[in-house]
Design a binder for this molecule. Structure first.
Ligand code: NAD
Length: 267
């Protein structure tokens, strides 16, 4: 990283995460917030969304964003929007940091072709909370010592996708670490979905949506006579900001597409 100020644009700036990112960028001494994008709120001052004093007005994606010359664009929007926004970043040579969840394996394949390291780089992470990344890492370390694993993810009642990207990535990490899991003993399901969704290696994922929650997850690992529970809680959206700012600082040095914060944290 050089000494230059990093010019940052935020996509989804009027949203809960986007507005939190705007505040974090403003407070970061090595960054400047240069553009805010959120087409449903075009023309409104950023002040309307709890981020006062920048003088910035919400814009559409397009030439005015290019003119603001962002080095990095941060996307916290929705799946369809993120697909378009990331494509725009790659085609316009802007590095992308994306926290929008729900991207499929096919999306990631398309994105690794788009972010080829020549035009721009991207860091995509379903969870920017450093504690959640550690939870996944610890679950992968523990997995070979257990025979059963289940994941319970709990989120606020406005989350539109299930299960969470973090839960899916955790199941994938556990499955990569150990393939030997006891088959599901269930023979009769009285209520559809009672055993949750079947993730990688048959690991069951249960999604809870509850007013008052932010983002929480438990990984339960069991073997004869003992169990291990690894739990992470994000109580506030600021929990994601150190990870987002780390990605903004690092993305220029990571050619191509990076998925997950792990490598940025040195795992
Ligand atoms: P939100 O609904 O509050 O905000 C989304 C914003 O995107 C809205 O303001 C909406 O108007 C805007 N938007 C819609 N279309 C757009 C477009 N084409 N371009 C730019 N902006 C557009 O949602 P939120 O709670 O802020 O969550 C946003 C995303 O972030 C979700 O996918 C959520 O799951 C994810 N999330 C990820 C992490 C993480 O650590 N990776 C943490 C929390 C939330």
């Amino acid at each position: 990283m050089g000494d230059e100020t990093i010019r940052v644009a935020v996509m989804g700036a009027a949203g809960r995460m986007g507005a939190t990112v705007c505040r974090a960028v403003i407070d970061a001494p090595d960054m400047e917030l240069v553009a805010v994008i959120d087409p449903p709120h075009e023309g409104r001052p950023l002040d309307d969304f709890g981020v006062a004093g920048t003088g910035l007005v919400i814009e559409m994606l397009g030439p005015s964003l290019k003119k603001a010359e962002p080095a990095v664009a941060v996307d916290f929007t929705n799946l369809d929007a993120a697909r378009g926004n990331l494509r725009w970043c790659a085609l316009n040579g802007v590095h992308a940091v994306c926290g929008t969840t729900g991207l499929t394996a096919g999306d990631l394949q398309d994105l690794s072709a788009l972010f080829d390291g020549e035009r721009g780089n991207a860091v995509i992470a379903p969870n920017f909370a450093i504690g959640a990344v550690l939870m996944m890492q610890l679950a992968a370390i523990a997995a070979p010592w257990f025979e059963s694993a289940e994941i319970i993810e709990l989120h606020h009642d406005n989350k539109v996708d299930a299960p969470s990207g973090t839960a899916l990535l955790t199941a994938q990490r556990i499955a990569e670490s150990s393939a030997e899991w006891t088959p599901d003993p269930t023979r009769t399901t009285v209520l559809d979905g009672a055993r949750g969704g079947e993730g990688p290696a048959g690991i069951r994922i249960h999604s809870v949506r509850l007013n008052g929650l932010v983002a929480h997850q438990e990984v339960l690992l069991g073997t004869t006579g003992q169990s291990l529970t690894i739990r992470h809680d994000s109580y506030d959206r600021t929990s994601f900001m150190p990870g987002v700012l780390l990605a903004v600082r690092e993305v220029a040095n990571r050619p191509g597409l990076t998925v997950g914060l792990d490598t940025l944290l040195g795992f």
